[in-house]
Structures are given as C-alpha cells and as structure tokens.
Design a protein around this ligand. Structure first.
Ligand code: GLC
Length: 750
C-alpha cells in the first residue's frame, strides 16, 4: 500500500523526477519509468539541451493523415508498431493519442489531431490505444479536455455549454476511455468554463472516474499545474515535468495543516505506483526498421485523398494514374517539397526519422520516363540556393521545364503548423500559389500535390488544374506513398476527416476563434465543422468524408433495423469500375422533427471496405443506441429521443446515395412538474393536464366555467402556454393561489 510510504515519498511520487521519468522510491524498491512523446513516433530525447532532437525512430504519418484512412485496423497496427519501438527504447508510456476536435482550420496542432468529428477521433483513438497497449506500453490520452487552440493555451478558458461539451468535445474521450481503457489520461493546459483542467474535480473525478470508470493515472500536460494541492484534490495524480520539490513540500504542508486529506495524496501516489508496477510486465523488444518503414508507407498510401482527377483539355481519360513504363509521359517534378519533404508538424511530436523518402527520388525510381526537377520556391530546410536568384527566376525555371514535359507535378503546401501557435489564415504561401498558376498556364496536364498539416484553401486555383491530391503530412515514407498513388500502385481511398471550406470566413468557428482576454467562446455550439456548414446549407470546396478513387462504386438500397442495442444498417456496395478499390461507407443519422436542436445529420458509423472490380459486398454497419442520445441538460443525463431515424448512407457527407428509415423507442424523460413549469408543459404532460382539469373542475361554479373556457380557447392557450403556473396566481381575479398550486404540484407528481 502506498500509505506505507511517508508523506514526503507520496508527494515525490506525484511529480516527475525530471522531464521524462517518474520518481523512484528507493525504500520501496520502486523504480522510475520513462514517459515520452508520441503520438506518431517515439521521441526519446537524447540531448537535454535540444528538446526536439530524439533518438531515431519511425516517423509514422501524423494524425491528420491517419485520420484520412478512416480505418481503425491501420491505427491498431500503427499502435502495435509504436509499442514495439517503445519496448526497444524502454519507454513505459507513450504520450498520445491526441484526440481533441479540430474546431478551426487555424488550430496550430490540427496536424496532431484526427478530425472535426468525435466519432472518427474516438474510434481511431481507441484503436491506437489498443494497439500500443497490446505491447504492454501505456497510452496517455490527450489533451483532456477542450484543447482546440494554441493561442494562450496555458491560461485560456474554453467557455462552452454543457450539451456541446458532452456531445462533441468529451465524446471521443469517453469512447476511448470506456472502450480501450488507456493506462493514463493527460489533462490539458486550458480552463473549462473558468476552472483549469488540472484542478477540475468535475472533469477529472466526477466525469472521468465517476461516470466513465477510468482507473488509471491522470498526468498533467507539461507545465499545466498551477496549484499542486488543488490538483491532487481534484484527481490529478502526476505533475510533469519534474522535479518540483517546492510543490512536493506544499503538498506535505497541506496534509500537515489539514488542508489536504492525506487519503487524497495517498490515492494519487498509489495510482502512480500502480502504473509503475504495471509497466514492470513489459518485456524488452526490438523492431525491424525496414518493416516499420514499410508499414509507414502503407498507412501513408491509404491516407492520401484524391480530390480531383479529370481529363485534361483535349484528353479522353482522367490524368491519373500516370503510366510508369518507358512509354510513360515525361514528368516535370516541381516544388522544393518534392525534394525536401514536409512530413510532420512542429513541437513535442517531432520525430527524428530512421530514414526519409522524398517524392522526387521515388518518382524517378517509379518510371523509366524522363523526370526533370525545379524547386520553384525556397523552404527553410531546403538546400542553400544562390541568394541572387530571385523567386521570379525560380518560377520561370519551373514553368520552362513544365512546358517541355508531358505532365507537371507541382508540390506545394503549408509551412507553418506547429504546437504553440495557431495560424492566421488558410491560404497557400504566395510563392507556392505563383508556381501553381505559372505551371497550369503552360501545361494542361498539371497535378497539384498538397503537403499540409491543416486545411488550406484550394479555391479558386484548383479550377485551373485537372488533378489535385491532398497529401497532408505523411511521415518519413510519404515520398514513396505519393509515388505509389501517382503511378497507380495504390488506388487512393483516403477521405477528408475535416471540411475544406471555400474561405476561412465561412467556417462555423470563425467569429469565435481564438477568443481574447483569457476567454474563447464556443459560440457555434454543436455546429462544429460539417455540422455547421450543413446547418447553414453552405457551399464548401470539398465536403467532410469526400475522396475519389481510381475506380467507382455503386450503392444498392440500404435497410435498417432497430433493437435494444441500437441500429443495424445494411447496404450492397458494388465496385462498378475497372480496378480493385476500397470505399469508405459512411452513415449519417438524422431525426426529422426532433424536439431538441440537432445538426442536420451526424456521422454515426463508417467502414473502409475493399471490393474487387465488378464485385458486390454486403456491408453491415452498427450504431450503438448510446450514440443516438443527446445530453438533456434539464435532467443532467443522456436521453434517446423516440422517433423515426433516417440513416443516410453514402460516400461523403454530401454524397448520400441511399437512406433507410427506422423507428427507435425513446427513453422516458419525465420532468417533475413544478410551480415554475409553464402551462404548456403542464398540459403537454398527461398527469399535469389531468391534475389541472380536476382542480379547475373543483373550483366554485363561475370560476370553474371561466377557467375551462379560458383553456379551451386555443388563442388564449398559445398566449399563456409559456407562462409559469405560479404566475397565474398573480393575475387579478385568478382563482389560483400559491396554496392551490402547491396542491396541484403534489397531485401531478404523485
Ligand atoms: C507538450 C504537449 C504535450 C506533450 C508534452 C510533453 O507541451 O502539449 O502534448 O506530450 O508537452 O512533451
């Protein structure tokens, strides 16, 4: 028991020994263990002076890319591989996955998060945790909660209503905690409605443990604790980084002075001890770097999203895939990103890769045709260039090569996603845009390939090119993966896990991001991402769930059936094209006529399905009943509303091919009738209507008739329906009194 430990030992256990280790307790033979970042590689710091340089490890695609696979099976395999690398580097806890929602495309860490939708974030996050923990390495689910911006992230209060908090921003965390049982959860820096996550008892104890049954340890984010005593009392177990001798002493003092229940300190220390002891079962391991690189390339290939693929002017067939043989087209590869890959974001997730594939080398290796290169623009990490050569020359040089080639591949993207800072816009850098325009002008067979950690504006420049690939940030094997897709060795099946808007001003979060003076208001409420665009029926550049393939798919009629467990949806899916492919079948649920405000439609199930050319698969998707519920703030619990649910099935949120309707039995939500309940509520509830009618019938003759006539008059009822019953006693001549209303209330609620 940790209570055998002295108070000082317990206090020391609740803070790190240093930035990356828990504190050992020699007297108990308890070692310290290593915790380090994730989430898309193992960043084991080798030089205390350089926090961002780590021991070489596989740099898998960041979450922005893996989310585009919509495939939990791939995330599980990535988690397993990360677990093996942790075993090889003696790491006990890998700090990930990051599952916060992408509330705005301006979010600086969007590259590290999965989606604007909580189902994707939850399902993929749970798979990542399952995979990692299958190797007896602990996850640290982060950042709990409502960390959706970098601006003022250590102090800002996310001011958010409870339905939005429950149904959107906590939803993915609940799914991962209850389904994958992460060993640890990492609290976020920010406040939620004015209370720091690190000392938020409601969040860390009542919800995380009380409602969701979490039994692991809660870590702080590094530097997130403002008050050690308040944090331990709220349910935070390990403050990082350490050491924090001052804070340890404050804890001991608080216990001595009776300001902190010693049981709470023992509880926190006990959870850290349990984590360390649990880690002891991990066996050392090794891994094959080439094998992991191959997995990184497979995942990256599945993450690529084909946004556009048309026949260039004068051609008969779509531009992609390119032919690979000597008879293939001569290819201009343009843009420094093709030679100097942009493959991950900045900050604590930055990995030192075991190797790094660039698209130029991989494209050259993929075809016997002529390949010519020009940088087109400069990047910081790029090779030194003649400073005299100005950008105009670079563009002219690239355009000349494009003009002399059959096909032009233009690599552009964003250059500024990092932890710690949000973006101020979504436009491509001006020099990248100039390159696209100059090349598209001289070569109708132009493909644009994007490398970006967060959404970039594709309109209007994408109108000028026949093919557009969203490559996100693809990790160390991205260069090879892009060559695989360009030359058709991989048939693209990536789908957007976030909307690409026409303009940032159209985004639902635009007016309330990133807030000011310590507060950010989640003014768009439930209407996050596609939920907002759909509610306002807004045009977008490319919708949530969208992505093309080198084949086509046909959907048969969907059917749906309801049971106590939820809804099952079935749909025949046919590969109607000429080559094998993979479709991500998506189910969006709506409840027409709902009594509460809801998004137009919400993603409630998805599956990535391989189908051979000409074949048909019977696809079955299930929706848990719990996923149909909304959070009813009147009664403080989840409620499934009864009614006819429409399950629309399709290839994106705006390409719904077939719909099945199904009746779902609702939960009984009996609100207690009170004197403050309105007349409308009293008459809508059979018990209430009966009690009121009986009371009025018992009134003296004239009064009874008068009241009966009043309530029989629909116009009067409309006028009075929003009046609380108690106010009826204040009207002159009203036969109702406070006493008679009190009797009514008890009669109705008995
Ligand atoms: C950071 C990040 C968190 C990371 C931690 C340790 O500031 O917010 O994601 O795991 O510190 O590097």
């Amino acid at each position: 028991m940790t209570s055998e430990f002295t108070v000082a030992e317990q206090a020391a256990l609740t803070s790190g020994r240093d930035a990356w280790h828990t504190t050992p307790v020699e007297s108990a033979g308890l070692p310290g263990v290593t915790v380090t970042d994730g989430p898309h590689g193992v960043r084991l710091q080798v030089d205390p002076r350089d926090i961002l340089r780590g021991q070489p490890a596989t740099c898998f695609p960041p979450a922005v890319a893996t989310a585009s696979t919509w495939d939990p099976g791939l995330l599980r395999r990535m988690g397993e591989a990360l677990g093996d690398e942790c075993r090889a580097m003696d790491v006990a806890v890998l700090l990930g996955p990051g599952i916060n929602l992408k509330r705005s495309p301006l979010g600086g860490r969007n590259f590290e998060y999965f989606s604007e939708d909580p189902l994707i974030a939850g399902v993929l996050g749970a798979a990542w945790v399952d995979g990692l923990q299958s190797r007896h390495v602990g996850a640290s689910l982060k950042h709990f909660a409502v960390n959706n911006q970098e601006t003022d992230r250590l102090r800002v209060s996310a001011d958010i209503d409870e339905r939005t908090l429950r149904e959107l921003y906590l939803s993915a965390f609940k799914r991962v905690v209850t389904q994958a049982r992460p060993w640890t959860v990492m609290c976020s820096y920010n406040k939620i409605n004015g209370v720091y996550a690190s000392q938020n008892h409601w969040l860390l104890t009542e919800v995380l443990r009380g409602e969701w049954g979490f039994e692991g340890a809660v870590f702080s984010d590094w530097g997130a604790v403002a008050d050690r005593v308040a944090a331990v009392a709220a349910g935070l177990d390990l403050t990082m980084p350490g050491p924090d001798d001052t804070g340890d002493a404050e804890l001991a003092e608080a216990v001595a002075e009776g300001r902190l229940d010693p049981g709470l300190l023992a509880r926190a220390a006990g959870r850290v001890r349990a984590l360390v002891e649990k880690s002891a079962a991990r066996t050392a391991g090794d891994y094959d770097q080439e094998e992991h690189h191959a997995l990184a390339r497979e995942i990256a290939g599945r993450a690529v999203v084909l946004l556009k693929n048309e026949a260039p002017q004068g051609d008969q067939q779509a531009l992609l895939p390119l032919r690979a043989g000597a008879d293939g087209p001569s290819v201009a590869v343009l843009g420094e990103f093709a030679r100097t890959p942009r493959y991950q974001g900045g900050g604590s997730s930055q990995i030192t890769p075991t190797r790094l594939d660039d698209a130029l080398t991989e494209i050259t290796a993929a075809t016997d045709a002529t390949v010519l290169f020009a940088p087109g623009y400069r990047v910081e990490e790029g090779p030194e260039r003649d400073p005299a050569a100005d950008e105009g020359d670079l563009v002219a040089e690239a355009a000349a090569i494009a003009q002399a080639s059959d096909v032009a591949l233009v690599f552009v993207g964003s250059t500024n996603e990092t932890e710690g800072a949000d973006r101020d816009g979504i436009d491509l850098p001006a020099d990248h845009l100039r390159l696209v325009e100059a090349v598209a002008k001289v070569n109708p067979r132009t493909v644009v390939i994007l490398s970006n950690g967060a959404v970039v504006a594709t309109s209007p420049w994408d109108k000028a090119v026949p093919a557009l690939i969203e490559g996100w940030l693809l990790g160390q094997a991205g260069g090879g993966a892009l060559a695989d897709v360009l030359f058709g060795r991989v048939n693209p099946s990536g789908r957007l896990a976030e909307t690409i808007p026409l303009r940032i001003q159209d985004h639902p979060s635009y007016l309330d991001f990133p807030g000011e003076h310590g507060h950010v208001r989640y003014g768009e409420g439930l209407y996050v991402g596609y939920r907002g665009f759909d509610a306002r029926e807004q045009e977008v550049a490319y919708p949530f769930g969208f992505g093309l393939s080198y084949t086509t798919f046909g959907y048969g009629q969907a059917s749906a059936s309801a049971s106590a467990a939820g809804i099952e949806v079935r749909v025949p899916l046919t590969n109607t094209g000429g080559r094998d492919g993979r479709e991500v079948v998506q189910v969006y649920v709506s409840l027409p006529g709902s009594k509460v405000s809801r998004a137009r439609r919400e993603l409630k199930a998805f599956v990535s399905v391989p189908v051979k050319a000409g074949e048909t698969a019977d696809v079955v998707l299930t929706i848990d009943r719990g996923d149909l519920a909304y959070w009813d703030t009147r009664v403080g619990r989840w409620v499934v509303e009864g009614g006819e649910y429409h399950c629309a099935v399709g290839a994106s949120s705006r390409d719904l091919r077939t719909t099945a309707a199904v009746e779902v039995q609702g939960d009984d939500v009996r609100l207690p009738l009170t004197a403050d309940s309105t007349l409308g509520e009293w008459f809508a509830d059979p018990r209430g209507a009966q009690a009121v009618e009986q009371a009025f019938a018992a009134l003296p003759g004239e009064d009874s008739g008068r009241m009966a006539a009043l309530f029989a008059n629909p116009t009067m009822m409309l006028f009075l329906s929003s009046t609380p019953l108690s106010r009826m006693a204040t009207f002159p001549g009203s036969p109702l009194t406070a006493e008679s209303i009190a009797k009514l209330v008890s009669a109705a609620n008995d």
